[in-house]
Design a protein around this ligand. Structure first.
Ligand code: PLP
Length: 661
């Protein structure tokens, strides 16, 4: 094997005052040397910090017997609302590894007060944060490390949705640093201005290394960054430095180290390993189980002989229990109970055309295409429109189906802070000219109920030649006379695609996308979740047709729903219960939105579960939404109002909340 290193600068070599652009080091097989050297040169010439005019590549042979093998850190991920929140989460994570908050604060402020980024890392005490290395601007540079099997590592990471060189290099570096016995943890802020992801690492209670990926750690466009290694008191700094700078290590593949090792270093039986994981999960407040209810309408359900007020359904208009929809389903069932194949083969019976015409009419577009679920619609549409060379700009609070669709597409994903138009524009400006751009957002955010600024997003899409995909799952049947967010804002465009679901306000099951004739034909030809899955059943379609018609003809109880949303808002305001987008300090909030989603944020999963249990004792079903559906520390009760609720129901629920919060 060879160690190959690259350092690049602008304005001449570093030692003659050139500005550092980028540097890296890898351990590779001899046959891979030319390829790696080329890649490193390309990297130095196309770095976002500028084009290097000085590049130095050095390489030397490493003998096999010099190499030690170390475990790959377990990967955790956290996306915070803002930088401060992320940093405070990072502090809590580091505390698990025995690093004090004082040490983190002191070391981070020493790092941030520096005028220039350091290429190496600072070594500091894990108790006091005092710097111990005495290496000034240079710091400690970790080198001589790589993955044992880089190709396998890449594909394993990719299968978990992680791509790009940054994460691979970070994992290897974090692994080597933590493999040093006297190091307790690390904090890293990238100096790449395009990269707001940073990480902290620590050793968990079993002594296993953990890499905790955090974003955002800094503002986009900021090229300041650095690394801090936290070490035990009394550690031998010279030994640590010599280990990190000269010892050659190879990191085992990511998944292997996630498996529990049993005594003797053998791998645990896979079934036992899963059993153990379930045991751990079971004791966590985030463990999920199913509850069975028999729905009577959108506001009432029976469970074990008792009637409950349901405050957690997305059947916003109650249509799922309407006779019109039940009749539609029966008419569908008359054709048979299964569709028998994919739409492109045998499954495209006539009801589909009717439904697609109805949907296009509802959404005021030329055309529509039905998918089996909203989830599959997002995955299919995003994958049809963009691929590996393209760019997706995705709101940080987008629904999981958008995130999964984006990851599956292999496009580069740029997550912009929630509803933050100027950050989005900055990212768009920084993109290369080649490659498609796709902006994607929930129109009504599923867990917060707030509304995306679609006219501004469309303006940016036009200015920067992007497509705009809007997920109307919670807007269809609710906003814009039930036609959804585009009608609500009065926008139309050939670059706009409206995704939606048939399973919320429409009252059936399935998903769809509406847009121009051309776009829909394109998606029909490219979306794999459409092509390779059996079509919906005739019952789903029959019911959905009736649901869409009721909404389109103004026969669905949409204004009743909005009246009840306003009542609930006033009831909560009177009781001084603050709900983002609804109430603040005993009044209707300035940013009031008329969606039926009330996010009652309580903080911890334990508290959310406790309130939900107490509400159940009072005959109210309200589900606790916990991580990973929402960010850690933002567990909530997601309360939804439907057209089937009565004013009395709402007052009763508001009183119970007042008592419990
Ligand atoms: C529910 C939901 C989906 C998924 O729709 P299904 O039909 O339930 O698969 C997609 N996006 C958002 C925003 C949602 O809330």
């Amino acid at each position: 094997m060879f160690s190959i290193r690259m350092r690049s600068a602008k304005g001449g070599p570093h030692e003659k005052g050139g500005t550092h652009i980028s540097g890296c080091e890898r351990l590779v097989e001899e046959k891979d040397l030319p390829g790696q050297a080329l890649e490193m040169v390309v990297r130095a010439l196309s770095h976002s910090k500028g084009k290097a005019d000085f590049i130095r590549i050095t390489m030397d042979e490493v003998r096999k017997e010099e190499i030690s093998y170390i475990p790959c850190p377990l990967i955790e991920e956290y996306r915070g609302e803002g930088i401060e929140e992320t940093i405070s989460y990072g502090k809590r994570v580091l505390a698990k590894g025995g690093i004090t908050e004082e040490a983190v604060c002191k070391a981070v402020s020493a790092l941030l007060s520096r005028k220039i980024s350091m290429r190496g890392a600072m070594i500091v005490s894990a108790t006091t944060g005092e710097r111990l290395d005495g290496l000034g601007d240079r710091g400690v540079r970790v080198t001589r490390m790589g993955f044992e099997n880089p190709a396998e590592a890449s594909s394993l990471l990719l299968s978990h949705g992680y791509q790009g060189v940054h994460i691979k290099e970070a994992l290897v570096l974090a692994g080597k640093v933590l493999s040093c016995p006297e190091v307790l943890g690390e904090l890293c802020i990238s100096d790449d201005p395009d990269y707001v992801v940073g990480y902290v690492s620590y050793k968990n209670s079993l002594g296993n290394p953990v890499y905790s990926r955090l974003s955002p750690m800094k503002e986009l466009g900021n090229s300041f960054g650095g690394r801090i290694f936290f070490v035990k008191d009394g550690a031998n700094i010279e030994e640590i430095r010599s280990y990190l700078e000269t010892k050659t290590v190879l990191v085992r593949s990511p998944l292997l180290s996630e498996r529990g090792k049993i005594a003797g270093g053998e791998l645990e039986d896979v079934v036992k390993e899963i059993e153990r994981e379930v045991e751990t999960l079971r004791s966590s407040p985030d463990f999920r189980t199913l509850h069975t209810y028999h729905p009577l309408n959108a506001a009432r359900a029976m469970s074990e002989g008792k009637e409950y007020i349901m405050m957690t359904t997305n059947n916003y208009l109650g249509l799922a229990q309407w006779d019109e929809l039940k009749c539609g389903a029966r008419r569908g069932a008359a054709m048979g109970t299964g569709s028998g194949g994919s739409r492109l083969l045998s499954g495209s019976f006539p009801l589909f055309e009717t439904l697609e015409r109805e949907l296009a009419a509802l959404k005021e577009t030329e055309s529509a295409l039905v998918f089996n679920t909203g989830y599959m619609a997002n995955v299919g549409v995003i994958n049809a429109l963009v691929g590996a060379k393209d760019h997706i700009l995705s709101d940080s609070l987008n629904h999981a189906s958008i995130i999964d669709g984006a990851r599956l597409s292999h496009a580069t994903i740029h997550v912009y802070p929630h509803n933050d138009i100027s950050s989005l524009e900055r990212i768009l400006q920084s993109l290369p000219e080649e490659g498609r751009r796709l902006i994607v957002t929930d129109s009504v955010f599923s867990m917060d109920g707030d509304i995306a600024p679609l006219p501004k997003l469309l303006e940016l899409a036009e200015k920067y030649n992007a497509l705009l995909v809007v997920d109307d799952a919670h807007a269809t049947g609710v906003l814009g006379e039930g036609r959804g967010s585009a009608h609500f804002f009065g926008i139309q465009s050939k670059r706009l695609l409206q995704v939606g679901t048939l399973s919320k306000a429409i009252g059936s099951e399935g998903g769809f996308v509406c847009g121009s004739e051309t776009m829909i034909s394109y998606i029909r030809n490219k979306a794999r979740s459409f092509i390779f899955s059996t079509a919906l059943t005739p019952m789903d379609i029959g019911a959905a047709i009736e649901g869409v018609r009721l909404i389109r003809n103004g026969k669905a109880p949409i204004s009743k729903l909005h009246g009840l949303v306003r009542s609930m808002t006033h009831l909560l305001a009177e009781r001084n219960i603050d709900v983002p987008g609804k109430t603040k300090n005993g009044n209707v909030a300035e940013d009031f939105n008329e969606t039926p989603i009330f996010p009652i944020i309580v903080g911890s999963s334990e508290k959310a579960l406790h309130v939900a249990e107490e509400m159940k004792k009072r005959g109210i079903i309200l589900s606790a939404i916990r991580p990973p559906t929402v960010a850690k520390g933002e567990a909530r009760l997601r309360l939804t109002v439907t057209a089937d609720h009565t004013e009395e129901d709402l007052a009763y629920v508001a009183d119970a909340l007042k008592e419990l919060l």
